[in-house]
Ligand binder design. Structure first.
Ligand SMILES: [Zn+2]
Length: 466
């Protein structure tokens, strides 16, 4: 029996995670993500899928982020009919994220139609909300740390990856005619000391390993996050202003809420109201609450600790009217809203309203890529173009470092070091070229591992005649 892999994304870049594993005649897709970021990458979402979707037997998801799950509706639209297997929290998160993604696709399509720049005569979205929802009944949940027999050739186990709620490292056991082999997909790995999520589980053994390398060339220190937040919030409070935090709905919002709650508990920042103004962030925060036992907060709450996701200063504002009403607040408030890069969503009306006010401040809590409004504000632009107008920037702009949900270089290396024997081959994926190369060098030099950095659409035979 032969086993092959083909890299249909997340090779030489961090988005579009999708690896096609062929076990004899079975075709299995590991993750099914959208390409994001640069236009040249996004155009791949529109290309014909490199293998006929109707011939794929099943999909295993490592986690719910759109760059790992967002292509599912398109694949189903184009004929995929198999099983989609993921952990229980991922199943619930995927539904929230895909519905939102369908909405964004419809909005983009409507915008293209209005502006007349669509290439298609009759433009249609990559997928609609309705098409996104067709994925839901195909999702099947597995439990963490329990081996599941998929069929007589294949067993799967999901281990906590600590990256976002439900994120998993996937271990596949392949039963050949003569031998059993183990393949491990790291998925996206989280931090060692995340206050909410448990650290990634160490895996002792893999014949073949696929490891992410997002931060393969970077260090990220989370220990100063609360000090940085405290400084920014106190400075704004002393001027009588409002703090705006553009935040990603999944993971980042919950982490920021945790830190804000702690700062208030310790008396380091004033007891001012905190508003969560994003329907998706609110839905996701409720999921974090209902899956308490999948992260660190469950045991803490049982011991009588206060809940960072429900306390007297915290207010959830799901409706559009409530969101708009926040513009009337003159000071002493913290508002979290999406999107995290200030590229769209409700954050825009907050920025439009707050940027011209020198008392107010905007705190970015995540990396702002080149070309985004967030990056331009951090670079000191004096005006920001919004709703067809140049809005003057008088508010103070802050950036908080250290809130990444990805293992940094040292944490990646520590996780690799926990293998008790060297994998026969390690594929370095999900990284920009420099980051992947840096991690590959470290794994080779420090641990003596064999590594390959695969290219887009490259394929390899993993085992033959097993
Ligand atoms: Zn991710």
């Amino acid at each position: 029996m032969d086993v092959k892999i083909k890299f249909l994304g997340a090779a030489g870049t961090v988005t579009g995670s999708r690896f096609l594993l062929e076990i004899e005649r079975q075709k299995i897709l590991i993750d099914c993500g959208l390409f994001q970021g640069l236009k040249e990458l996004r155009l791949r979402n529109w290309e014909e899928f490199p293998t006929d979707p109707s011939t794929i037997d099943m999909i295993f998801l490592t986690h719910a982020h759109i760059d790992h799950s967002g292509y599912l509706p398109r694949l189903v639209k184009n004929g995929f009919k198999g099983r989609i297997i993921c952990t229980e929290p991922t199943l619930d998160l995927v539904k929230i994220l895909l519905a939102d993604s369908g909405k964004l696709q419809e909005e983009e399509d409507a915008y293209a139609l209005k502006k007349g720049y669509s290439k298609h005569n009759k433009p249609e979205p990559l997928y609609s909300i309705e098409e996104a929802k067709k994925v839901f009944p195909m999702l099947e949940a597995i439990r963490f740390s329990e081996e599941t027999e998929v069929n007589n050739r294949l067993r799967i186990t999901a281990y906590n990856a600590g990256h976002i709620l439900g994120a998993a490292i996937l271990k596949l056991k392949i039963i050949g005619d003569h031998q059993e082999k183990t393949i491990v997909f790291s998925g996206d790995l989280g931090r060692h000391n995340d206050p909410i999520l448990n650290p990634p589980v160490n895996i002792p053994f893999a014949d073949i390993l696929f490891i992410e390398s997002t931060y393969g060339n970077r260090k990220s220190d989370p220990s100063t996050v609360e000090n940085q937040l405290e400084t920014a919030i106190r400075a704004t409070y002393s001027k009588g202003g409002v703090v705006i935090i553009p935040s990603f709905a999944v993971g980042r919002t919950q982490l920021v809420l945790y830190h804000l709650h702690r700062l208030q508990q310790k008396g380091k920042i004033p007891q001012i109201p905190i508003y969560v103004d994003s329907p998706m962030a609110i839905d996701v925060t409720h999921l974090y609450k209902s899956y308490n036992n999948y992260h660190r907060l469950g045991p803490l709450l049982q011991n009588g600790h206060a809940n960072p996701f429900s306390h007297k200063n915290l207010h959830y504002y799901p409706s559009q009217e409530a969101s708009i009403s926040l513009n009337a607040i003159k000071g002493d408030a913290i508002i979290l809203s999406a999107s995290g890069m200030a590229t769209g969503g409700r954050i825009l009306h907050h920025l439009y309203n707050r940027l011209p006010n020198e008392k107010d401040s905007v705190i970015f809590v995540g990396f702002q890529p080149e070309g985004t409004r967030g990056r331009k504000l951090l670079d000191g632009d004096k005006y920001s173009r919004m709703y067809g107008l140049d809005v003057e920037v008088k508010a103070t702009i802050y950036y908080i470092d250290g809130l990444s949900a990805h293992a940094d270089q040292k944490e990646l290396l520590d996780w690799a070091e926990a293998y008790t024997s060297k994998p026969k081959m390690t594929f370095i994926v999900h990284g920009e070229p420099d980051a992947s190369q840096n991690l590959a060098d470290l794994l080779q030099d420090k641990l003596g591992w064999n590594t390959i950095i695969p290219g887009y659409l490259e394929s390899f035979v993993l085992f033959s005649g097993i």
